[in-house]
Design a binder for this molecule. Structure first.
Ligand code: ARG
Length: 471
């Protein structure tokens, strides 16, 4: 067991709660409870929250105009010190909130000691983290749009190129390459939607909830919410200090986004193999091997895939932290920050790297088209030709299936068998011409060049609208 820490003069070291305590905190306690290493990322938001709170105290008559001025000046000074690196942290600075308040009090004297009037670190940290998350989700959403624009640019560039579309990773039907690229683009559009939606729901100020119950002092949480640019204030003080739904929601939105990036990465890994050969990595976005001179590796795509696991871990960690907590604030909630920061960092890096990777990829269109040009890929077109002539689809399916089996078993080209068939003939054989099947996907949202024109237009308009919505 350790005795409480004392300063040079033998007095217990000072804490925010020293009045109630005879002894100071044990070094073990400080080492275990400190969060400064990571929550210093909230400094700018903590300063913003404190400024709004001080102005609120002024409006409430709890600080004179002079005192408000003195404390605001001290907050400015702290901001400068933090920015220039001259701010000195003390061993007793548990977190960024403690550090800033300590310094403001040192700078502003008795007026500084009024900063925390009517406020608790419980509503303070919830306020800071909401401000932080609101801004960072905006930034992540912007990066998603940048990746979507890369996909759109590439889709515009590749024109009528097509490749095999797959189900079960077996060649199924030819699809336009632009259509394939936009499939990822639309998944990302849902991510943008989720991020913006999450941002809307978290746009609630907890400031004024105090430790858990509000205050006897004439504070106005609506006004501070307004001052901080929140859409509104909390409805219930207990909920305000214990709610971390926004952290869990943000982490889910980031996790699903990470899953999408992982799937895109997996595809590039496949496409850049000798076996597929659909794409070549640019030197700037590939790595080599320390041993094997010939290697060119898709490390960005692999890390995009790998990071998804880590981000999912961030989400499940926070959910596990939240699940057993009684109302209202519990120190467990301090564990919300590292996973959130980590997920935002990792997804942000992945988005930018994947934009670069996609933007610099060389598509081997010839190879893609060759792979898609198997006559068997047009089997559905043969069946649909029969359907147009009145054959029930199930019968048409069986008939074409039998032709395919015959062709494979006897090594006779499918075109020959089709040509010879009384119901298919030359019209049927024409459907097997390379490049033809993809043009027959004409329904809205389909994989052929005709609906693609409309899709490109709709995607472009959606992107512009989303960019506006993100702000
Ligand atoms: N560092 C703490 C956190 O992140 C701040 C709140 C501390 N509140 C308390 N009652 N000890 O949650």
């Amino acid at each position: 067991m350790q005795r409480g820490r004392r300063d040079d003069r033998g007095a217990p070291v000072s804490t925010l709660w020293h009045g109630r305590f005879e002894g100071g905190p044990a070094a073990d306690l400080l080492a275990f409870t400190v969060s400064l290493d990571y929550d210093r990322r909230l400094a700018a938001d903590d300063l913003a929250g404190s400024r709004a709170h001080v102005r609120g105290l002024g409006r409430a008559g709890l600080l004179t105009d002079d005192e408000v001025g003195v404390v605001l000046a001290a907050l400015d000074r702290v901001e400068d010190e933090l920015r220039s690196g001259s701010f000195t942290f003390e061993p007793t600075d548990e977190d960024i909130h403690t550090a800033i308040e300590r310094r403001v009090t040192a700078l502003a004297g008795p007026a500084g000691a009024k900063l925390h009037t009517g406020r608790s670190r419980n509503d303070q940290v919830a306020t800071d983290l909401r401000l932080w998350t609101k801004r960072e989700l905006t930034e992540v959403a912007r990066r998603v749009v940048a990746l979507q624009r890369t996909l759109l640019d590439r889709a515009g560039e590749v024109g009528p190129a097509y490749l095999p579309g797959y189900t079960h990773l077996q060649r199924a039907q030819p699809v336009a390459l632009a259509h394939h690229l936009l499939a990822h683009g639309w998944a990302l559009a849902r991510d943008v939607d989720r991020l913006v939606d999450c941002r809307r729901r978290l746009d609630v100020s907890p400031l004024g909830a105090g430790a858990l119950a509000g205050s006897s002092l004439p504070l106005d949480p609506d006004a501070t919410a307004d001052d901080l640019g929140f859409a509104g204030r909390f409805e219930n003080s207990l909920d305000a200090v214990s709610d971390r739904d926004f952290v869990a929601e943000a982490l889910f939105a980031l996790s699903l986004l990470a899953v999408h990036l992982s799937r895109m990465g997996e595809e590039i890994i496949l496409w850049s193999t000798d076996e597929f050969g659909f794409a070549r990595l640019d030197d700037a976005y590939a790595t080599g091997s320390s041993m094997l001179p010939q290697k060119k590796n898709p490390d960005i795509a692999e890390l995009a895939r790998g990071k998804a696991g880590r981000v999912i871990g961030d989400l499940t960690g926070v959910l596990a932290t939240l699940k057993g907590l009684p109302l209202s604030y519990n120190r467990d909630l301090q564990e919300d920050k590292e996973p959130l920061f980590d997920a935002v960092d990792q997804v942000s890096l992945a988005l930018t790297a994947m934009s670069g990777l996609y933007g610099s990829l060389t598509f081997d269109v010839e190879r893609m088209q060759q792979a898609a040009d198997s006559p068997y890929a047009a089997a559905i077109d043969l069946a649909e030709l029969l359907v147009e002539q009145g054959t029930p689809f199930r019968d048409a399916h069986a008939l074409v299936g039998a032709l395919v089996r015959d062709s494979l078993e006897r090594h006779v080209p499918l075109a020959e068998l089709v040509e010879a068939h009384p119901d298919l003939g030359a019209a049927g054989a024409a459907l097997l011409e390379p490049g033809h099947p993809v043009t027959r996907r004409t329904t809205p949202g389909g994989a052929g060049p005709t609906p693609l024109v409309a899709q490109l237009d709709r995607f472009t308009r959606r992107l512009d609208a989303d960019a506006e919505r993100i702000g």
